[in-house]
Design a protein around this ligand. Structure first.
Ligand code: FAD
Length: 417
């Protein structure tokens, strides 16, 4: 790849951040005939995208668009036009155009054939290179100014590079810098300070799709660290979610918990903790459980009576012992009620660095409809660095790709004047 000199101009558009949002922005700009220079702080692009493929790259979801859009919660009004223009169906068509058929898994999630991110990313990067996108790795964007010496629309970008600080002039830039989770994959969230110093309103980055801490007893966490909880439901504010999660030394992790991470986080912020009501035996009614628990115990221990009567053992029984007073085990009705709605107190989300994704980011009020910063004409934002969150299920990648495309169209239209 050709290196830039110490002070050069990017004719066309600079895209900063080589994740899915930035790569899609670069591809779209090239299709529009724009020269594109893509920069990333890391030597190679798409590191988080690659990591996302480790357990199966969930590109999007096959549910009806109405339900799909509802997953973006409060950000839906801002994302809806963007996702309607280029959404789940287009993600699948895009993967197919790269040579990867997609398929719908049992949960409705959509994956590329082979499930992995690496072949898809390799093909995509090759296509970008062949179409003329120039990539500059190891360039960390560290500031932006309106160039005093040039025209109104001229922007000055500053980068830390292996060869020292470099500055570049450009007319338009797309920032696609990601959120703040898994910082070792490149998205450190350091851009927050840079944009705030330029007066851009940013909602604080917070952990989303993350685990939560629980104050387990030493005995419980030693015995059940890593234990999976299956066939379980969790109720928060009257809404019941089915799924699975695992016990960790710190608390709880897994898809069921991730799905509830936004309301759990908000509950903890307002009340200091969130109480999740677990149904440890969703297929049994409280009446049936009471009846079974009321049967004579004979010489059996409390634990074996519980197992014989209800089938509850291992980590599920452990949870009951962890949170219920000893005497409840001799009160069938009370014990049955606890099995159906065991309060699990969550005290804080795990740190952002461990989360799958970030909530918060550049506030939509700071952006025009085309995702350009109102106070910095020519500067567009896309991807996870925008102020939205969504559960896992392909909603994250879809919105990143889609906003990348949208911002690119915006930049192209803006340059056309
Ligand atoms: C373990 C894991 C599994 C996941 N699985 C899925 C999944 O299956 N499906 C799904 O939809 N989503 C998944 N996600 C989430 C998804 O990967 C992200 O939402 C998505 O990658 C965000 O895309 P982005 O382009 O906005 O940012 P990123 O992919 O984070 O890319 C941002 C890029 O910007 C670069 N950058 C940051 N700051 C600078 C700077 N100052 N200068 C230059 N470059 C900079 C970074 O190096 C990085 O390459 C997963 C995430 C994780 C961590």
């Amino acid at each position: 790849m050709k290196s830039l000199g110490r002070r050069e101009s990017v004719s066309g558009v600079a895209v900063i951040g080589g994740g899915p949002a930035g790569l899609m922005a670069a591809a779209t700009l090239r299709q529009a005939g724009r020269a594109v220079q893509l920069f990333d702080a890391l030597p190679t692009p798409g590191r988080k995208f690659l990591r996302a493929g480790v357990g199966g790259l969930n590109l999007t979801h096959s549910e009806p668009l109405e339900s799909f859009l509802a997953r973006y919660g409060a950000a839906r009004p801002h994302l809806e036009p963007i996702l309607r223009a280029w959404g789940p169906a287009e993600v699948r068509a895009w993967a197919q155009q790269l040579g990867f058929e997609t398929f719908v898994g049992t949960s409705g999630r959509v994956f590329p054939s082979g499930m992995k991110a690496s072949p898809l990313l390799r093909t995509w990067l090759k296509q970008l290179q062949e179409t003329g996108v120039r990539f500059q790795g190891g360039w960390r964007w560290c500031g932006l100014e309106k160039s005093p010496s040039a025209t109104d629309s001229d922007l000055l970008l500053r980068f830390d590079t292996p060869a020292g600080e470099q500055t570049l002039h450009t007319e338009a830039v797309i920032l696609a810098l990601g959120g703040g989770s898994w910082p070792r994959l490149g998205s450190t969230g350091r851009w927050v300070g840079i944009l705030e110093s330029l007066g851009i309103p940013i909602a604080p980055l917070k952990a989303s799709n993350c685990g939560f801490d629980v104050t387990w007893s030493e005995i419980f966490k030693t015995k059940f660290d890593g234990a999976p909880l299956k066939t379980i439901t969790a109720t928060l504010h009257g809404h019941t979610t089915q799924g699975e999660f695992i016990i960790t030394r710190e608390g709880v992790e897994g898809s069921l918990i991730y799905a509830l991470s936004a309301p759990l986080r908000e509950e903890i912020e307002s009340h200091g903790q969130a109480i999740l009501l677990l149904d440890l035996a969703p297929d049994w009614s409280a009446t049936r459980l009471t009846e079974r628990l009321s049967r004579p115990r004979g010489s059996r221990s409390t634990s074996s009576h519980l197992e014989k009567a209800t089938g509850l053992k291992g980590v599920k029984a452990g949870l009951l012992w962890e949170f219920l007073p000893r005497e409840t085990f001799d009160q069938p009705e009370k014990l049955a009620a606890a099995i159906k709605a065991l309060p699990l107190p969550l005290i804080r989300p795990r740190p952002l660095a461990e989360a799958i994704s970030s909530a918060g980011g550049v506030r939509f009020e700071a952006l025009t409809e085309s995702l350009m910063l109102k106070t910095l004409p020519g500067v567009f934002c896309a991807g996870e660095m925008l102020d939205w969150e969504a559960p896992t299920g392909g909603y994250l990648l879809t919105a990143c790709l889609s906003t990348g495309k949208w911002a690119a169209h915006g930049a192209d239209a803006w340059l056309r004047g």
